[in-house]
Design a protein around this ligand. Structure first.
Ligand SMILES: C[S@@+](CC[C@H](N)C(=O)[O-])C[C@H]1O[C@@H](n2cnc3c(N)ncnc32)[C@H](O)[C@@H]1O
Length: 281
């Protein structure tokens, strides 16, 4: 069924009473997808995490409660969603464990290398120039930092029900290219078979690899696309319940990403965690 344009616009930036209603419905509707994305982050208590486009704040609240020695921040375009999430997370905000910002993710109000993990779910469709948002997320991640991006692909059943004037859906290959062009050195994507074509892309920031790729691409404009960094880590098991499959899939990605991560990254993460704690004071 075709979605009315005014509802689609509300999803892109909920406002007022209708925005609050849409936010509440969304919190339930997108819970499974958000849980899969969070599983792919393999959170540690000392992580410093940012959510882009937190909406209703259900996921940010759950993530922040796991970060007993770190902290979480979020940014959303919608004033209505910032208020809704501020209410939901009031105890965490009062304790200095969550900070919320209203704004556009093309201009993140954080210094370079500020977080070691970032995630964003169902936001990509609304970004006019996704590369600008991804480059900003890359900037605020420390070396070795991880981004988990959750989205429906252009092949998802129902993608055509959303008005193209508001939504733009991408193929997996396009998202891989966007991530690489933003400077991410590695992107693993789940199979789009679960959750009605929902995919989690997990990418890592690595300054060394980025420098190498830039050298190649300056000589060969198509050089970046010539490096297939994608590896699939989906865990499929016929007959398993979907929630379990989503969890396993996230864990598989995390394990594969963990193998690719190095001791220097973990050291950077520890150093970062203490700087985040300092920032919150
Ligand atoms: C469809 S909702 C998704 C909410 C939540 N992430 C989820 O999965 O349920 C999209 C959210 O992204 C926010 N958003 C859209 N474009 C944004 C931008 N450029 N910067 C920050 N937030 C943005 C919207 O205000 C909205 O709250």
């Amino acid at each position: 069924m075709r979605r009315p344009e005014f509802i689609a616009r509300q999803s892109g930036c909920p406002s007022g009473l209708l925005g609050r209603l849409i936010g509440s419905i969304m919190a339930t509707e997108t819970a499974g997808a958000n849980d899969a994305v969070v599983a792919a982050l393999a959170l540690q208590p000392s992580d410093c995490v940012v959510e882009i486009g937190f909406g209703h704040g259900r996921t940010l609240d759950r993530v922040a409660r796991q970060l007993t020695a770190g902290g979480a921040a979020g940014i959303d375009l919608s004033e209505t969603m910032v208020r809704m999430t501020a209410r939901r997370c009031r105890d965490l905000i009062a304790a200095g464990r969550v900070t919320l910002h209203q704004g556009d993710s093309t201009r993140l109000p954080f210094p370079d290398g500020h977080f070691n993990k970032a995630y964003s779910v169902h936001t990509l469709y609304f970004w006019t120039h996704p590369e600008d948002h991804l480059r900003e997320i890359h900037r605020v991640l420390c070396s070795g930092g991880r981004l988990a991006l959750g989205f429906h692909t252009d092949e998802a059943p129902g993608a055509r029900d959303f008005p193209e004037t508001v939504y733009r859906f991408y193929s997996q290959a396009e998202v891989e290219t966007l991530l690489q062009d933003a400077g991410f050195s590695k992107a693993l994507l789940t199979e789009p078979t679960l959750h009605r074509g929902f995919v989690t892309a997990v990418a890592t920031r690595s300054s060394v690899r980025l420098a190498r790729r830039e050298e190649v691409s300056s000589e060969h404009p198509e050089g970046r696309r010539a490096h297939p960094l994608r590896r699939r880590a989906a865990q499929e098991g016929a007959g398993r319940r979907r929630a379990r499959r989503l969890r396993l899939e996230g864990r598989a990605l995390s394990e594969e990403m963990g193998r690719a991560e190095t001791a220097p990254r973990q050291a950077a993460q520890r150093q970062f965690s203490s700087s985040f704690a300092h920032h919150l004071r």
